[in-house]
Write a protein of this length. Sequence first.
Length: 374
Amino acid sequence: MNTYLVTGAAGFIGANFVHYLREAEPDAFIVVVDSLTYAGNLASIADLMEDTARFAFCKADICDAEAISNIFDKYQPTFVVNFAAESHVDRSIEDPQIFIKSNILGVQVLLDAVRKAWVVAKDDKGYPIWKEGCRYLQVSTDEVYGSLGKEGFFTEDMPLKPRSPYSAAKSSADLITLASVETFHLPAVITRCSNNYGPYQFPEKLIPLVLNNILQSKPLPIYGDGSNVRDWLYVEDHCRAIYKVLHGGRVGEAYNIGGHNEYSNLELVKIILRTVRQLMEEEPKYRELLRVEEAKRADVSWISEGLITFVKDRLGHDARYAIDPSKIHGELGWQPTTKFPQGIVKTVRWYLEHQDWVKDIVEGDYQNYYSKMY
Ligand code: NAD
Ligand code: TDX
């Protein structure tokens, strides 16, 4: 039976990953470590937490070396997947410090804990000899490559050229991970994925923010002129790719993950508007979720491009991200299975059907954040 230590799994992708893992490997023991920042939400893993024979939750900060060391001693994981990070670019522009701490220092703490737990001896040159079969996976992002022009794709051999405090911190994490591979032969792999969408994403990010605003008939803020391009991947496809890299990726290698699915922000918001309106028209039960007056619930024609508003651009806004996934496809046979038109309908439905989850967030501190940002 494998024991997986998954950090940051009370957040968006981590929560999806532990759900995926439970299906992929039913007898695995999963230990979640999360400090429950504003982005961490136990409601996202509540169903798993009931299964105490196969699941444990530890509230701990990955920067806290003593707490992390105790968790390693207690659970003796064979696989570590690090999702824990500050993840929102706009917040990194407002206040970079915590990004440096969690996204860099926290990673070094994990790498140190891994070394302490998994090194069994030293060879005659002084290099550590590692416990058989153990692996560390650092979840990184395509943002480490910086920004593309209209042409071309990110490949793994490109230099790292981060342009925001968030992506600079994530790039640093990649570099210290790779340094541990060189210096200590630490059995680590890295994944760099494009923008994810799907269930449990915190509504500060574009897709759930837009959905939440539509339900209140509030303006949909698009930064700049809306021409910035992102490459979207359904979160479950990302989780499957991480699992493949963890078990089949070559130590010391980074793997790009993406599905050739580029949209400008303006195009994307128009697609969301069309999807929501269509669902409201076809399934009247969803209209009850609209937090607007009765006339607007009866006639949903206002769910249209008229809600879009162009606002001040993000500082240093990366123009375009686009992933070349040929390495993971060629080496590990991974490719996405969820096509965007189906994925976006699934996502919109999920948010409509989980308004309790959304409301718990947007009725709290989120309101202060929103009024400060918009
Ligand atoms: P998220 O903000 O939704 O979740 C982050 C989680 O980490 C939260 O549960 C939070 O409580 C926890 N956390 C933060 N700091 C911590 C700390 N110091 N100690 C312990 N826990 C801490 O983020 P997400 O969107 O799920 O992203 C997860 C990872 O994937 C991040 O490393 C991010 O850089 C990477 N990534 C995200 C995307 C995307 O589109 N969202 C794409 C590529 C890569
Ligand atoms: O209100 C908004 N209006 C807007 O136009 C918001 C919140 C965003 N945007 C734009 C900025 C981006 O071009 O939409 C695009 C997507 O924005 P985000 O959802 O904030 O994601 P992004 O900045 O692209 O970063 C995401 O993908 C890569 C994740 O948040 C990162 O953690 C991941 O590494």
